[in-house]
Design a protein around this ligand. Structure first.
Ligand SMILES: Cc1ncc(COP(=O)(O)O)c(C=O)c1O
Length: 389
């Protein structure tokens, strides 16, 4: 389990859920803009470049909002790079554990920075990148991490992500513009500082060759307990000591606490397990609509969950036996047709949905809690499902 992060229901109590078809995601643009304002403040006080990691959230419609705050996007390959160029503004930094030969020309055309994961790939593709005048970077594995769950630790000793820093001496840095590392996951500033202190002596000899250093994502900057002032001091300090432009590429922090997933209770059953005596089947399927609930795993916060009462196991409509969201307290048994709302469901959900069992994707709404304006962004139909197959 990742450490539990305090999730606030923000302004969602003001939303009239009876107006909404279920299941649906609602993204509060007011919260997104508040998160972005904090990032802009950090930019103004440090001149750090901030890129949106599209892997966390990539709705095209958010592109125009981002352009007022951020410097660009980070992409994970051809499709995200094309999406970035078409719908988002600014610089596109593309990294993949391995690029495909037949895609590289197009990736290069849609990117400004290309970051390689190995010396093989660097050797194979750097001429294509350089002849198109884009910056080349290498990802290094800091082999320092405070991420406890192996599957979420990109900086383990045996990780496939990034070049071991002992190999840096084998690189001709005269042809390299930047270094990238990503080893954080939902972490506060101290982890970044500890990581930097670990790798500093290893990368210091190369600063003189570099234009930029990319500190990856995983910075939980918009969480109330995040040490923003220390981050600002640190970013200013490393810009001065390295004489490089500094980049960060957060995903989650931009959308933290901005989204909910609204569902409906379809049926209520008695359970054979006396510890959780009731089961509710909802139209939210964790395997289809919030896969990290099963993958991480974690228990999403249910809005207005009672502190006592009857325990209900909420499950989804798919045939997967384990398609359960979790066990929750209800003051009284939920009724068929009742709405349920899970908090903090904007990032790493919409980008991961699938049509398993033919279960439809939730509709997507933008909502501005300040103006109480609701806009339907996308509604999925049979044709969307049919088209995929
Ligand atoms: C290379 C890289 N950059 C940025 C991110 C974004 O991380 P987060 O959404 O936690 O900020 C990730 C997430 O996995 C990543 O792998």
């Amino acid at each position: 389990m990742l450490p539990e992060v305090k999730v606030d229901k923000k302004n969602f109590h003001k939303l009239d859920f009876s107006r909404l078809p279920t299941p649906c995601y609602v993204i509060d643009l007011h919260v997104v803009k508040q998160n972005l304002q904090l990032l802009r403040k950090i930019k103004e006080q440090t001149s750090v470049n901030i890129l949106l990691a599209l892997k966390a959230f990539s709705l095209k419609k958010i592109g125009s909002i981002m352009s007022n705050y951020l410097d660009g996007t980070s992409a994970s390959g051809l499709n995200e790079a094309k999406l970035a160029k078409k719908y988002f503004h600014g610089l596109v930094s593309t990294y993949s554990p391995a690029f495909k030969e037949k895609e590289i020309e197009e990736i290069v055309k849609n990117s400004n920075h290309l970051i390689f994961n190995s010396l093989n790939q660097l050797e194979k593709f750097s001429i294509t990148a350089k002849s198109n005048n884009i910056d080349i970077g290498v990802r290094i594995n800091p082999i320092y991490s405070e991420v406890k769950v192996k599957k979420y630790n990109p900086a383990g000793f045996d990780s496939r992500l990034g070049i071991h820093y002992d190999q840096l001496k084998n690189i001709d840095f005269r042809n390299i513009d930047g270094i990238h590392f990503h080893s954080l996951c939902e972490q506060n500033f101290s982890t970044l500082k500890n990581t930097w202190n670990t790798i500093y002596p290893k990368i210091k000899p190369f600063f003189k060759y570099l234009k930029w250093i990319n500190l990856g994502g995983g910075h939980h900057i918009t969480r109330t307990d995040y040490n923003v002032n220390e981050l600002i001091n640190f970013l200013n300090e490393i810009k001065l000591t390295t004489k490089c432009n500094i980049y960060i590429e957060p995903g989650e922090a931009i959308f933290f606490q901005s989204g909910i997933l609204v569902g409906e209770i379809l049926d209520v059953l008695e359970s054979n397990d006396c510890r959780i005596p009731n089961i509710a089947i909802s139209d939210i399927s964790p395997t289809c609509h919030m896969p990290d609930v099963l993958e991480a795993p974690y228990r999403p916060k249910l809005m207005d969950e009672s502190s006592d009462g009857t325990k209900v196991l909420i499950g989804g409509p798919s045939c997967l036996a384990g398609d359960n969201i979790g066990s929750y307290n209800f003051k009284s048994l939920p009724k068929i047709g009742e709405k349920i709302v899970f908090l903090d469901q904007a990032h790493y959900t919409i980008v991961k949905t699938n049509f398993f069992n033919g279960i439809s994707h939730p509709s997507i709404f933008f909502w501005d809690s300040k103006k109480n304006e609701l806009e339907l962004i996308k509604n999925y139909t049979f044709e969307d499902y049919e088209m995929r197959l």
